[in-house]
Design a protein around this ligand. Structure first.
Ligand SMILES: CC(=O)N[C@H](C=O)[C@@H](O)[C@H](O)[C@H](O)COP(=O)(O)O
Length: 230
């Protein structure tokens, strides 16, 4: 039996709290406090990266999480929970959802996504799987492989979609994702205003994830500074 994550986040905002080692706020403690602020504001779930951050955020907030583990491998461009090793590590935290790259690109050690999904279903039957996709072909693959949630996370972040923005032409691409996907869609990636977040829900998304615009002060400060200095 699957957990009730999808009911919890229905038509709601999920805050992503992530800071990589190269970012100024890289710290599980700081991410846990970011998540606490998000919870106090009304966020019903948190998206977060790495086993230590997931555990710190679970301890601090007791909110359900979309967990992932970003790792760079030399033989692959895929970095969001790329192999079975990271999938297992994230699921072992008790994360309600494990998110991973579904962009059709070669995975490390040539691991096959279909094998990873089959193995996850066997080892973690209660855990939901979220596909971080970039294109409509990726959405179709995620549906065929039986992912529980389709996210637009990688749209604009692959060679094929470079320069694209989810919000372009009143979310034209997102509308196509909603028409294509047979499972709930979570809008994610560059949703940087409350109005855009609201629009994603109005268009029919199951939920919307906002990260940088809430939890990356370097990004937020840069927007203000660039506007003032323009
Ligand atoms: C492309 C990629 O690696 N995205 C990551 C996925 O988890 C995060 O760095 C983003 O912050 C997250 O997707 C939320 O998006 P935004 O921060 O734009 O609201």
């Amino acid at each position: 039996m699957k957990n009730n994550f999808l009911e919890t986040v229905n038509k709601k905002l999920i805050v992503s709290c992530q800071a990589l080692p190269k970012e100024p706020l890289h710290s599980s403690f700081i991410m846990s406090r970011m998540a606490r602020a998000a919870k106090e504001a009304g966020s019903v779930a948190i998206r977060c990266n790495s086993v230590v951050d997931i555990q710190a955020i679970q301890d601090e907030t007791e909110l359900p999480v979309i967990g992932l583990n970003k790792v760079d491998y030399p033989d692959s461009p895929v970095y969001i929970t790329p192999t079975m090793k990271e999938m297992r590590a994230v699921a072992s935290t008790g994360a309600e959802v494990v998110a991973c790259d579904v962009t059709g690109q070669k995975r490390p050690h040539d691991e096959k996504l279909a094998d990873i999904v089959a193995q996850m279903r066997k080892e973690f039957p209660d855990t939901l799987l979220m596909a971080d996709t970039a294109t409509l072909d990726n959405v179709r693959e995620a549906n065929e492989l039986g992912f529980d949630i389709v996210g637009t996370t990688m749209h604009g972040y692959t060679p094929e979609t470079e320069g694209m923005n989810l919000a372009d032409n009143d979310f034209e691409y997102l509308k196509s994702v909603l028409e294509t996907s047979t499972t709930p869609v979570i809008a994610e990636g560059k949703v940087d205003t409350p109005e855009k977040a609201r629009r994603c829900i109005e268009l029919g998304c199951h939920a919307v994830v906002v990260g940088g615009a809430i939890t990356r002060p370097l990004e937020i400060a840069s927007r203000f500074i660039n506007a003032v200095n323009a």
